[in-house]
Design a protein around this ligand. Structure first.
Ligand code: PMP
Length: 428
């Protein structure tokens, strides 16, 4: 069945529910992808500057082949012996510090975070969790309660176990060495202790992507990690967005930020769109968790998922995509900084590797967020064939997070078009 755009919108409402969100004022109907390109139903081509899931390129031939080969041979689950999960776990653990040497695979990042929180509880015997007040960590009953970027209006009455530390904001509230963040954390840990709940874990994206990727020097998380360790808690680094080379200098953002987590959680780009998530932790933590919880995930770690995930790691390595992210990202940010000299609406330019963007303001002195303007810019870019979005506490930061195969030429056409759009869209 081929539906018109109007029919697609009507049938989504009818069949998926009346309030399922779409991107853009005029939703996109994408039917094909290849590399950094997407095509809509009318054959129009869009440059994908947003989708980190297809990290080694949409429909990457090596990943597609790996999925095809394994799916035409066998797909079962992890209660049978299979080389696939072991080969992948070997490759994955080789990329992180010693001590992070065991793997648990899930289907989503949410599940990985859910398990990580339960690991923290199992090991520390405490239940108090701390996250930032502008984050998102997933959609299970447990982790959805941590998500302040889209605060849930209902819940399971777990809120006494969660505390929210103010998210770092290098533009409005600089904390160059991370000590103010660590000090705030200390207070929240003390509050958990005073309430008799105790402190189990800090869960953070090490590059604070959902919070608006504040600009911090490498090693910025060290003071926070020290506070967490001193209090006997777990440091959970949610690398669902920041991992797999996104930030351009390291495969993992926690390495860039100078810390080693107790648990690193993964998702999104891990299978280039095939649903794979997971976590890496110590053997001791894994043992304690598995002693405490009977955990089985029917689809997590199946041979096809492992084949997809392994092909992604190979592509990142063989095509030097972390270095590509560094080079192309640095070029794009330099060009964005040049734009900022001509467009007063750009208050701040920041990012690392292929997560970068500009924060839009009404006035550079007051830094008043230009949220509605940012929305107009995102829609105008879409109309010109460029897919990107916005994020941060005020939803006024352009979120540019393309597949890692993005080129200098792609970056130039993105910034040239943004230049035109900023000139044409009515200013805040
Ligand atoms: N953690 C972070 C940082 C995320 O951005 C997301 C998804 N946006 C998740 C976890 C949840 O991942 P999933 O949608 O695969 O459950």
């Amino acid at each position: 069945m081929t539906r018109s755009t109007a029919e697609l919108i009507a049938d989504r409402k009818r069949l998926l529910g009346p309030n399922v969100s779409t991107f853009y004022q005029e939703p996109l109907h994408i039917v094909r992808g290849e590399g950094v390109w997407l095509w809509d139903a009318d054959g129009r081509r869009y440059l994908d500057c947003y989708n980190n899931v297809a990290t080694v390129g949409h429909c990457n031939p090596r990943v597609v082949q790996a999925i095809h080969d394994q799916a035409s041979t066998l797909n079962t689950h992890t209660r049978y012996l299979h080389d696939g999960i072991l080969d992948y776990a070997e490759a994955l653990t080789a990329t992180v510090d010693d001590g992070l040497d065991t793997v648990l695979l899930t289907c989503t990042g949410s599940e990985a975070n859910d398990v990580a929180l339960r690991m923290a509880e199992a090991v520390t015997g405490k239940r108090g969790i701390i996250a930032t007040d502008a984050t998102y960590h997933g959609n299970t009953a447990l982790v959805s309660q941590l998500s302040r970027s889209n605060e849930p209006k209902v819940g399971f009455g777990l809120e006494q176990f969660f505390r929210f530390v103010e998210a770092p904001d290098s533009y409005r509230n600089p904390d160059p060495d991370g000590t103010a963040f660590a000090a705030a954390l200390t207070k929240h840990i003390a509050a958990h202790e005073a309430a008799g709940i105790g402190f189990a874990a800090l869960v953070v994206c090490p590059y604070f992507l959902n919070e608006g990727f504040p600009q911090h020097a490498d090693g910025w998380l060290r003071p926070a990690a020290e506070v967490v360790r001193k209090a006997g808690g777990f440091l959970i680094c949610d690398e669902v967005q920041s991992g797999f080379g996104r930030t351009g200098t390291h495969l993992w953002a926690h390495q860039k930020m100078g810390v080693t987590p107790d648990v690193m959680t993964l998702g999104k780009p891990m299978g280039n769109g095939h649903p794979v998530g997971g976590l890496v932790t110590s053997a001791e933590t894994m043992r304690t968790f598995r002693d405490g919880y009977r955990y089985f995930n029917t689809f997590g770690g199946n041979p096809v998922s492992c084949a997809a995930a392994h092909a992604v790691l190979h592509e990142i390595h063989d095509r030097d995509l972390v270095e590509n992210a560094r080079i192309v990202g640095a070029h794009a940010r330099k060009r964005l900084e040049d734009l900022a000299m001509r467009h007063a609406c750009i208050g701040d330019v920041r990012g690392a590797g292929l997560i970068f963007g500009a924060e839009m303001v009404v006035d550079r002195d007051t830094k008043e967020p230009a949220s509605a303007f940012t929305e107009r810019v995102v829609n105008a870019m879409r109309d010109r064939g460029f897919i990107l979005s916005k994020l941060g506490r005020h939803k006024n930061t352009l979120k540019i997070r393309p597949p890692l195969v993005f080129s200098i030429e792609n970056a130039d056409s993105l910034i040239d078009t943004l230049d035109d759009v900023l000139r044409e869209v009515p200013q805040p």
